[in-house]
Design a protein around this ligand. Structure first.
Ligand code: URA
Length: 443
């Protein structure tokens, strides 16, 4: 077998066999097949696509490039959630303790902020002392004790994806449905969950800008996941505007604590809680705790009101090395001293706040990063005082802004000002959860 023949087969639109994929990906991970051949293959996949069977074979080959987390000995059900990424997307921090309170175990391995989207690990690390570099044994132990643990990927989980993703990033081959599918699912399957709820986002702040593209990705993910024996479902959700009121690492932890209070949804966090509860309801169904999403949602709402998810969140902070007293003491005042404001440019209604522009401003402020090796700031970010549909008067504060440094603030403010669209009438409501996509066999 030769790599060049595999590239040419794909270039002419042929379906590659599992053996061909194993040869190519295995050779790449072993350092025997060079970057330039794998780049050519990825570009051929970008243009020719892959059949569902081929995507499943690639996912499995990537999965087998490393080790899988063994949750043997801990009682399930194990259900995880994965989001394709967004701005102000902090649902994981509410979902994991909520699902755990229902008796579901969530083995959550998350990523870092990259580009305009935030990262769960960076948010958690804004809590003083919180560690996201757990060993497999610590991960297992904390899942057993708290019902969930939140950590980064270990080096030996899907090494093929680490290499391939970095290569795709610099060769214009990220936005390929089969390559994204194999990348996400290989990691999620390796993490040990039996069931998965996917939050596939579309809109300006998402990877997929158009709902049709989000839907294609969601279908590919659920069909491939089901072919690999997972119970799986996906919600197609709106990421055209930031979720909730906070965009920033510690700021987002704060908003989650407020949502976990159990005293109803805080003002401005309605969209965040709507998406969170719809995802949690599906976790309840896949975990066998509810017969329907409606029943699941009712259970989740009752559970939140009872306060157990908040207790579990704080228990987990302690288990992962975080300082609970310090976290509660810092809440409301852990902010960078470099501070600015966005004030309303005109009177009327907020018609839209563009998630993409807010996310890009976040990178300038120090919330996110352009390169994986850059450090982020725990105390930078944006608080939205107004959201879509709110009335405003010219000059009223629309956003409070905190930056790591003066240059960051100066670069971010024009982007944030530009992100807000005003109008004279109330804008139409956007549907936050557009639809649920289930595997083909269940359609
Ligand atoms: N997230 C991933 O983990 N992989 C992709 O290819 C895209 C988004």
């Amino acid at each position: 077998m030769r790599a060049v023949d595999i590239i040419m087969n794909k270039r002419s639109g042929k379906e590659l066999s599992r053996e061909e994929l194993r040869f190519l990906i295995g050779g790449y991970v072993a350092g025997e097949i060079p970057d330039y051949q794998v780049s050519a293959w990825a570009m051929a996949v970008f243009f020719q696509g892959m059949s569902p069977a081929e995507t499943a074979a690639l996912t499995e080959v990537m999965l087998r490039s490393g080790t899988e987390i063994d949750l043997f000995g801990i009682e399930g059900p194990f259900v995880d959630k994965h989001s394709t990424g967004g701005v102000g997307d902090k649902t994981s921090l509410i979902l994991a303790p909520l699902a755990a309170s229902l008796g579901i175990r969530d083995p959550m391995m998350s990523g870092r902020a990259l580009g305009h989207t935030g990262g769960t690990l960076d948010k958690l690390e804004a809590i003083p002392g919180y560690r996201t570099d757990l060993t497999v044994e610590q991960f297992r132990q904390i899942i057993g004790k708290d019902g969930f643990a939140m950590t980064g990927q270990t080096r030996d989980i899907v090494p093929a994806d680490r290499l391939l993703y970095a290569l795709r990033d610099v060769t214009g081959t990220v936005e390929s449905v089969p390559l994204i599918t194999a990348s996400i699912l290989s990691k999620k399957v390796a993490e040990g969950a039996d069931a998965l709820v996917l939050d596939v986002k579309y809109g300006s702040g998402a990877f997929m800008k158009r709902s049709e593209d989000g839907e294609k990705l969601a279908r590919s993910l659920v069909d491939t996941g089901a072919a690999m024996g997972k119970r799986i479902t996906a919600l197609l959700t709106d990421m055209d505007e930031p979720l909730g009121t906070m965009v920033g690492n510690f700021l987002e932890v704060e908003e989650c604590l407020d949502c976990l209070e159990g005293k109803g949804t805080p003002e401005g966090s309605e969209d965040l809680m709507e998406v969170t509860l719809e995802l949690a309801a599906r976790m309840a169904v896949l975990g066998g705790k509810a017969a329907t999403p409606e029943e699941g949602r009712r259970l989740c709402e009752e559970c939140l009101a009872g306060g157990e998810p908040r207790r579990r969140f704080l228990d987990n902070v302690k288990s992962q090395g975080g300082d609970v007293a310090k976290l509660l003491e810092l809440k409301g005042n852990y902010r960078s001293p470099v501070h600015g404001e966005v004030r309303a440019a005109s009177s009327g209604y907020i018609r839209r706040i563009d998630a993409w522009k807010v996310g890009c401003a976040g990178v300038r402020l120090g919330v996110g990063r352009d390169r994986t090796e850059d450090a982020v700031s725990p105390t930078a970010g944006v608080r939205l005082h107004k959201k879509r549909g709110n009335p405003v008067k010219a000059g009223e504060p629309v956003m409070s802004v905190w930056a790591r440094d003066r240059e960051g603030l100066a670069a971010a403010l024009p982007l944030l000002e530009d992100a807000v669209e005003y109008g004279e009438t109330v804008p139409s409501e956007r549907k936050l959860v557009l639809k649920e996509i289930v595997p083909e066999a269940a359609r």
